[in-house]
Ligand binder design. Structure first.
Ligand SMILES: [Zn+2]
Length: 235
């Protein structure tokens, strides 16, 4: 297959792990291909020493470790109970500990991969800002978790349709990642390049600083003092 004139550069991300059945194989494939990715881990998994060891292995092999909430119980913007977002983000960051990327990467739970104002509550937004976090979104969601054998074609199609895709896959049980090596091979054959960093368009908060698009992922009444389009309140 002939590479497109402006071949995309894709950033690979793996969410919801680490998982003893899925993560080792993903790490093996990435190592063999010399690729580096980010693993957005679920905090409660890290309490299990075997799973924590997988996060340590990923970190040691040059992958970045990000925070994907403690319980993965649903989008934070759907929960207005005080303290919920703080617990979900803060406990996980503590568990990640020294494995954390310096930019304190956080990926909101989408609830089926959807982007929108359900992603963050006001509390979550303010806590992430105060903690100097970088919020990482996504732009290619091939649905590996619901279609373990059908996702590869969607991944190719979605990544070829944009210049700078951030691809979301999942290192979880279910077997979808048995196709990972073949998919990465097809991407390379199609001229797609791989990068570890994140495009500005997919990071509406960097180091705690609000950027373009942040208001689009905060609960509807959340256009407050951190919205760059609005003046800060006087006091
Ligand atoms: Zn997730």
């Amino acid at each position: 297959m002939r590479p497109p004139a402006h071949a995309p550069a894709v950033t690979l991300t793996f969410d919801n792990g680490p998982d003893p059945d899925a993560t080792p194989g993903v790490l093996d494939v990435l190592r063999r291909r010399g690729l580096r990715a980010t693993f957005f881990v679920v905090g409660q998994h890290l309490a299990d020493p075997a799973r924590r060891a997988l996060a340590q292995r990923a970190h040691a092999e040059g992958h970045w470790i990000g925070n994907h909430t403690f319980s993965h119980g649903g989008p934070l913007g759907d929960r207005q109970d005080r303290g919920h977002a703080v617990a979900e983000i803060g406990r996980t960051q503590d568990l990640i500990g020294e494995l954390a990327h310096p930019d304190r990467l956080f990926r909101p739970v989408g609830g089926g991969g959807r982007l929108g104002r359900h992603l963050l509550s006001l509390e979550a937004r303010d806590y992430l800002a105060a903690g100097g976090h970088t919020v990482v979104l996504w732009s290619a969601v091939p649905g590996d978790w619901r279609d373990p054998d059908g996702w590869p074609d969607h991944a190719l199609e979605q990544c070829l349709a944009q210049p700078r895709p951030v691809l979301v896959l999942h290192d979880i049980a279910g077997g979808a990642m048995r196709h990972l090596d073949a998919v990465l091979g097809r991407m390379a054959d199609a001229g797609i390049a791989f990068r570890q960093d994140f495009p500005a368009a997919g990071t509406p908060m960097r180091g705690g600083v609000a950027g373009a698009g942040l208001a689009d992922i905060v609960t509807a009444d959340g256009a407050g003092s951190l919205d760059p389009a609005r003046p800060r309140p006087a006091a």
